[in-house]
Design a protein around this ligand. Sequence first.
Ligand SMILES: NC(=O)C1=CN([C@@H]2O[C@H](COP(=O)(O)OP(=O)(O)OC[C@H]3O[C@@H](n4cnc5c(N)ncnc54)[C@H](O)[C@@H]3O)[C@@H](O)[C@H]2O)C=CC1
Ligand SMILES: O=C(CO)COP(=O)(O)O
Length: 333
Amino acid sequence: MKIAVIGAGSWGTTLADMLARKGFAVTLWAYEADLVERMRRARENDLYLPGVSLAAGLDFTAELATAVAGKDLLLLVPPSQVLRVLMQQAVPHIAAGTLVVSASKGIETETLQTMSEVLEETLPTSLHSRLAYLSGPSFAKEVAAGMPTAVVVASRELEIARLVQDVVSTETFRAYTHTDVLGVELGGALKNVIALAAGVSDGLGFGHNSRAALITRGLAEMTRLGQAKGAQAATFAGLAGMGDLVLTCTGDLSRNRSVGIELGRGRKLKDILAGMKTVAEGVKTSLSTFRLAQKLGVEVPITEQMYRILYEDKDPRQAVVDLMARDLRHEND
Ligand SMILES: NC(=O)C1=CN([C@@H]2O[C@H](COP(=O)(O)OP(=O)(O)OC[C@H]3O[C@@H](n4cnc5c(N)ncnc54)[C@H](O)[C@@H]3O)[C@@H](O)[C@H]2O)C=CC1
Ligand SMILES: O=C(CO)COP(=O)(O)O
């Protein structure tokens, strides 16, 4: 099977390396042409996955058309806000019958569309039944180090999910199948917003009680919004929901949680982002999720406060006061 991985950030590079080690012919497309040159020479992604020696058989290119042409499977791992433009450029070169798997976690800010909605709008209808989504608790660094990891592969067609499950699973990377595409992709996107909030709480010096409250009430609002959009509630109790939420709200490797910690300590968003070359998807997804929730008439109190901290420069301490002062209610309302 010939595979192209689109996006050579830490996650795309890790997955490309994993699949190349499994014996597939893998081409990794990077946005940065100079990075391609360095990866070819040193077999290391010094920008996004330093210290990991990449598989001998892994191929690199900065040409998107070359990357996608003649492949059996495309694994899409760019930041979610650029998926649309990349697909618009790639479409004329994608062969009929290609499997297309998205592993990005986010919601477009302009359209409020999820990755499945973006792909269904940009790819020809003939490819829609060949689409799948990879999500779940998976820090790239830990996967690259071969640490046991469990993820979900969702597709509306169970057969396609099974096919992709077989392709991506290894001795240390265990994929489960799912058919709730929306639930699986929303779990991955929405947890980043809650992870930012958990970071803010840590940065403010709050403790385990606060974090547990944010995780649990965060899951409640993720589920509520997901259901309003047509996802199944049970999906949010699985790897792509609860699993990834716990990972990113507690793990020191989370970029979203790290950004939240800095905000909680009083740093300004633009200063934090200026020093970052990696993507913290939750920053943009806070904006899209808050707008989406308003559009659907769903209450998302934690996301709303995160949006106000990020986009209205609200003092994080005031955000906590406002969250705690909301009307008292039943847990399941
Ligand atoms: N890193 C991780 O542990 C995991 C990341 N993800 C998701 O994977 C996606 C990619 O994230 P990472 O691999 O972590 O990226 P990263 O933060 O390591 O690197 C940034 C990436 O953005 C690309 N980029 C920047 N500007 C671009 C542009 N204008 N056009 C195209 N590409 C551009 C860079 O080339 C690079 O690939 C995100 O949606 C993230 O949420 C999902 C699971 C795990
Ligand atoms: O999605 C991730 C792990 O599943 C990575 O989280 P961060 O983007 O917060 O690092």
